[in-house]
Design a protein around this ligand. Sequence first.
Ligand code: G3P
Length: 220
Amino acid sequence: MKFFVDTADTDEIRDLANTGLVDGVTTNPSLVAKSGRKFLDVVEEICTIVDGPISAEVTATDYETMLKEGQKLAALAPNIAVKVPLTANGLKTCKALSDAGTMVNVTLCFSPGQAILAAKAGAAFISPFVGRLDDISTDGMHLIADICQIYSNYESFETEVLVASIRNPMHLIEAARMGAGVATLPPSVLRQLYKHPLTEAGLEAFLSDWKGTGQSILDD
Ligand code: G3P
């Protein structure tokens, strides 16, 4: 399972990339706005921090401009994945860009039908937003199960399921149980995955007992 980090905060990306567990980064216009920085500058910097796919989203809604924006974003670095919304023009842009060899991440997916369209449009990734479905009392993880099952029926569908809008570690764990290829994690959720009170208590007991021996591995 690939872990992408869902942020445009380059300090957070650098810190988490140093764990060796980060396989890519996703951004969106809201995350870029939150960074307070120029879009192209922050995307170019992220591409130098993480070698894997870096999602950068177009902001136009008409096909011609989406295509021009996507081509400009793709030219920034070889690991750019152009993000397009799941609209008719977004999928037309996805088809044109993917046919030209550009990685495309189709975002704002909320139904299996939309995911089928994205796969047919040649998307490299589909981003179903589980948290936003949960937020309206709809089972977001059921959508992931649905898409994974549908995609497994067709060898021609090469699109990876990139679980997005993750709110907690259970979303990640459930996505892994379902076999989703990628999860994009807010930095806080990635860090939560490490934590368990029994690990902390167990380590404290080990170190306390070790201290009692008066020994040191490096000194002996
Ligand atoms: O970046 C796409 C997605 O992960 C956004 O998540 O928390 O704004 O629903 P969220």
